[in-house]
Write a protein that binds this ligand. Structure first.
Ligand SMILES: Nc1ncnc2c1ncn2[C@@H]1O[C@H](COP(=O)(O)OP(=O)(O)OP(=O)(O)O)[C@@H](O)[C@H]1O
Length: 254
């Protein structure tokens, strides 16, 4: 969050969002509300529309119905202000493997208008935060999958956004790296007050204190605290709720 900015303005507000690919509806009347410091799991099976939703929030696609506000700024009207308040970790890794960790981050910081000194300072600060303070000069190619994801998270936080979007960030990681990443981002959320939108189809990535949005076939089937989603679905566990609210069987990583 930018210093001095009101914490009362939601980090993300999506209202009545609908989108079609060549006439095929993929998102229908989607609504989301994320407050500062909330970890929200966007839970949906393959094809639910999670990546499409992220593509609209990051404005990769723009042809849509409905409104998207980031930190109070409407994405179409105030795109620069909205983007300044948002960090993203895409589903497909986007680091340059032949550059060092620090080079990847400082290059990105320059895109946000930071000078070299500020860029280095922020890069070091964020890498410490994700436990990679020692890896500044390491080439990304030499890092494990989990460490690369942490570099992407540090990069997404360089400009101190209010909102961090992560699209299935644990795909391809082993169980230990996955747990570590889920735990770190939850901590970040609490300690930094960043609102997190974490897309996944893995129910064991949901913590009891999280907010949950269940998306299926482009529609929000339930949203709220874990207990609210359980009540809405008549389920006793989030896995059962997911099963009830979506068409597909529940998936738990092994
Ligand atoms: N470029 C595209 N053109 C046409 N249809 C698309 C395109 N991208 C996605 N779709 C379709 O839109 C729907 C939603 O896809 P999307 O990738 O947003 O879902 P998802 O929840 O992110 O799934 P996954 O977990 O598999 O990434 C699916 O039916 C998909 O086949």
């Amino acid at each position: 969050m930018t210093v001095g900015e009101s914490t009362e303005v939601p980090a993300l507000e999506v209202e009545g969002l609908s989108f079609s690919y060549s006439g095929k509806p993929v998102l229908q009347e989607v609504g989301l509300l994320l407050e500062a410091g909330q970890f929200t799991v966007l839970l949906g099976p393959n094809g639910a529309g999670k990546t499409t939703l992220f593509s609209l929030i990051t404005r990769l696609y723009d042809r849509r119905v409905g409104s998207i506000r980031v930190g109070g700024f409407e994405l179409r009207r105030d795109v620069v202000a909205a983007h300044a308040r948002m960090g993203v970790v895409f589903q497909q890794p986007t680091l340059d493997l032949d550059l060092s960790v620090r080079q990847n981050l400082t290059y990105h910081a320059a895109l946000h208008g930071m000078g070299p000194r500020e860029a280095r300072r922020r890069a070091e600060e964020q890498l410490q935060r994700v436990g990679l303070g020692e890896a500044l000069k390491t080439r990304v190619r030499q890092l494990s999958g989990g460490q690369r994801r942490r570099v992407e998270i540090a990069r997404g936080l360089l400009h101190r956004p209010r909102l961090l979007l992560l699209d299935e960030p644990t795909v391809g990681l082993d169980i230990a790296a996955r747990r570590d990443l889920v735990e770190r981002v939850h901590r970040l959320c609490v300690e930094e007050g960043v609102a997190v939108l974490w897309a996944t189809h893995l129910i064991d990535e949901v913590y009891p204190e999280d907010r949950v949005v269940v998306l299926d076939a482009g529609r929000v089937r339930a949203s709220g605290s874990v207990s609210e989603v359980l009540a809405a679905s008549g389920a006793t566990s989030i896995g059962e709720a997911f099963d009830t609210l979506t068409r597909g069987p529940v998936e738990v990583a092994t």
